[in-house]
Design a protein around this ligand. Structure first.
Ligand code: SF4
Length: 283
């Protein structure tokens, strides 16, 4: 990689080349995230990234931040501990649909319910890429995977609705085609006080696209472009994804609610009065 690449300061270039396949949307998602923190001018020692396991789980290893590649399904509890220990740190979980919503599904709904001060970025490629293309909780009905060779028969989660009804204060969805909107949403989510969620629909041409005859990464991106409809403020109950159907994108939820750390401050101040030193400036 060129030393003049302005993104290099955010990347562990000694880890390159990365493991991702040609046409994978993960590089685009990481690029959007770098744009978000660059625009935000967040000092790099005030933001940390936590990933679980899987293709998206590798993100933490490639970002030159305080980043943590944790165990399968557990980035949210890990990030919660990190935030509680260092409340001024902006803590971002960057992981995949299988990691966050199957193995880690329970952690997701409870962190959202608590309105824990975290940002969750989920790269949703509808499959477990790293382990061979199995069905995940977000695989659309009828989609082929290595474990649903005749088509998936399980109702998938509608991720924005799950985040919304679990208590998230910020919810957005974009595809890897919508780079500017995705970067803007990531920036807004990082600066939102409480639990924020951004879903990025991303091509996995190697295991999902190939099985479902969707072509290479470029063809999948063209399909996202042609099938997406931007509906900011849409009711999250109505943004479920169909196999080969339209993809409703936008910022769906942006509301105010007392965050976990604000609640904690209030309680501790009530209990200990002037002896309690509150966390301040916490997002
Ligand atoms: Fe990307 Fe899929 Fe390859 Fe994983 S298997 S790196 S998700 S294209």
């Amino acid at each position: 990689m060129s030393a003049k690449n302005p993104r290099n300061q955010y990347l562990r270039t000694d880890r390159m080349p990365h493991i991702w396949c040609p046409g994978c949307g993960l590089g685009t998602a990481v690029n959007c995230f770098i744009s978000a923190i660059q625009a935000d001018e967040t000092p790099l020692d005030e933001i940390s990234v936590v990933s679980g396991i899987g293709c998206t789980g590798r993100v933490a290893g490639y970002l030159k931040l305080d980043s943590f590649h944790t165990t399968h399904g557990r980035p949210i509890p890990f990030a919660t501990g990190l935030k509680l220990a260092n409340p001024k740190m902006k803590v971002v979980v960057f992981s995949g649909d299988g990691d966050l919503f199957a193995i880690g599904g329970n952690h997701f709904i409870h962190a959202a319910r608590r309105n824990m001060n975290l940002t969750i970025i989920c790269v949703n490629n509808f499959t477990y890429g790293m382990t061979g293309g199995q069905v995940t909780p977000s695989t659309p009905i009828d989609a082929i995977s290595s474990t649903t060779p005749y088509g998936n028969i399980e109702e998938p989660f509608n991720l924005p609705f799950l985040a919304d009804c679990s208590g998230a204060v910020y919810v957005a969805r974009w595809t890897a085609f919508h780079v500017r909107q995705a970067a803007r949403s990531m920036r807004e989510a990082i600066n939102k006080t409480g639990f924020s969620f951004v879903e990025i629909i991303s091509p996995c041409p190697t295991l999902y696209g190939r099985r479902n005859k969707m072509g290479d990464g470029l063809k999948m991106m063209e399909a996202f472009r042609d099938s997406s409809v931007i509906m900011n403020g849409a009711d999250t109950r109505n943004v479920e994804l169909d196999f080969r159907g339209k993809v409703i994108c936008g910022k769906f939820v942006d509301r105010e609610k007392t965050s976990y750390l604000d609640m904690y401050n209030t309680k501790m101040a009530e209990r200990f009065g002037p002896f309690y030193e509150p966390y301040e400036g916490v997002k």
